[in-house]
Design a protein around this ligand. Structure first.
Ligand SMILES: NC(=O)c1ccc[n+]([C@@H]2O[C@H](COP(=O)([O-])OP(=O)(O)OC[C@H]3O[C@@H](n4cnc5c(N)ncnc54)[C@H](OP(=O)(O)O)[C@@H]3O)[C@@H](O)[C@H]2O)c1
Length: 375
């Protein structure tokens, strides 16, 4: 069957040579029995649909630009955004590969001409705009985080996307401060489990919502100050009981929301005066109506953003802040990668199904380099 029969746009999948990109400058290792420096295994999406549309294909090994490094991928994080992309609801930003995968860990195998401060052989984690479900991925050097000796290279793949997302939204947009109350929906998610630890690290008080006692217990043990089961309790009422301020006011100072339209009115009601609602997911729909009066008098604000669509310069700035403010907490064990399960790259469909089913607590990782960490 040809690529055309599959409805696959090969021109979009391949990183065709262009003047700004150079071929990898260090000879690439031979990968397994059938893969050579000219090609790599990757997961591609045959057509929008269920997890089964994820297939292992041979793709050209990507070239790198002068400000990029080529990373041999060890493990890749699976994010809910990948599920949306697979279904055809979340296109990669312009210029990004259609291979899914927003974060990886691995080893640098080649450096672009302008890259300084990194060496071939360095163990790294990286935030991507795509391309992580593959044996090799080009990464702007500013989107790399160093993985020190002794830190598990597999686990490092669980961190770049969640740390960057939580940091840039609760601090960058929500301006949360030590001593304030943060409400995070989906406490058992990859995002939620990171947010609990980041809040503790920053001295922020955190309440999370979950849909099961299994996830509630996990979040309590991880360090959530309070947990609300949204299936049994009214989260607005509970937040107003839990988040009590010295001046007698009640409500969350910042909310990190992944539900969108379905929760908008209730989120606004759960905010304290001067509260900030930051929406990063739309699992509960995109359209609803609000009364602007709910925001005006109590000076509440609502914003929404997605990390993947941000320009490279913003991603680099966010990763620099994560390296400065959160990475020391990762190294000293304050902020741990929470891994639900690791799955071979060839079983990417099964990994997606776990997130579809809501079975995971924390992250599901794809093991790309099944021969292990050779860093
Ligand atoms: N905008 C951005 O830049 C950005 C970046 C990363 C992630 N995100 C978004 O963040 C969310 C989490 O991502 P992830 O990769 O960590 O996904 P994930 O691990 O699959 O988690 C999804 C979570 O949604 C929770 N959930 C479902 N319905 C809920 C409800 N009514 N109330 C509260 N929680 C509910 C589930 O918890 P229960 O099983 O307990 O119901 C589950 O833990 C996704 O919506 C994703 O799109 C956005």
């Amino acid at each position: 069957m040809s690529d055309c029969d599959l409805g696959l746009d090969r021109s979009a999948l391949c990183r065709c040579p262009d003047v700004s990109r150079t071929t990898a400058q260090t000879p690439l290792p031979r990968i397994g029995a059938t893969h050579y420096s000219g090609g790599m295994r990757a997961i591609t999406i045959s057509s929008p649909g269920d997890p089964e549309v994820l297939q292992v294909t041979d793709e050209p090994t990507p070239d790198i630009a002068a400000d990029e490094v080529l990373v041999r991928v060890h493990a890749a994080g699976v994010n809910r955004a990948d599920l949306l992309q697979r279904r055809g609801f979340y296109d990669p930003p312009p210029g990004a590969t259609t291979i899914p995968g927003l974060e990886i860990s691995g080893t640098i195998v080649s450096l672009g001409a302008d890259v300084t401060g990194w060496s071939v052989g360095d163990r790294v984690a990286a935030l991507l705009s795509g391309g992580g479900y593959a044996e090799f991925v080009p990464v702007p050097a500013g989107q790399l985080l160093p993985v020190p000796d002794g830190f598990d290279l597999t686990e490092a793949a669980a961190l770049p996307e969640v740390l960057s997302t939580v940091w840039s939204n609760i601090v960058g947009r929500g301006h949360v401060e030590a001593g304030e109350w943060l409400l995070v929906h989906g406490g058992g998610s990859g995002i939620g489990t990171a947010a609990i630890q980041i809040a503790n690290h920053l001295g922020v008080k955190i309440v999370v919502t979950v849909g099961s006692e299994r996830k509630a217990e996990f979040c309590r043990n991880l360090g959530a100050d309070a947990v609300i089961n949204y299936r049994d309790e009214d989260f607005v009422e509970r937040v107003r009981e839990i988040c009590i301020h010295e001046d007698g006011t009640t409500g969350a100072d910042v909310i990190l929301d992944i539900i969108g339209a379905k929760y908008l009115e209730r989120n606004i009601k759960a905010l304290n005066t001067d509260g900030r609602l930051v929406i990063i997911g739309m699992q509960g729909g995109t359209k609803t109506e609000i009364n602007l009066g709910w925001l005006m008098q109590p000076r509440k604000s609502v914003s929404a953003t997605t990390l993947r669509a941000r320009p490279k310069e913003q991603k680099i700035a966010i990763v620099a802040e994560v390296a400065d403010r959160l990475w020391p907490g990762v190294i000293n064990g304050d902020i741990r990668p929470i891994i639900h399960e690791t799955v071979p790259l060839s079983e990417a469909a099964r990994a997606h199904q776990m997130l579809e089913d809501g079975a995971n607590i924390g992250k599901v990782l794809l093991i790309v380099d099944e021969e292990g960490d050779k860093g």
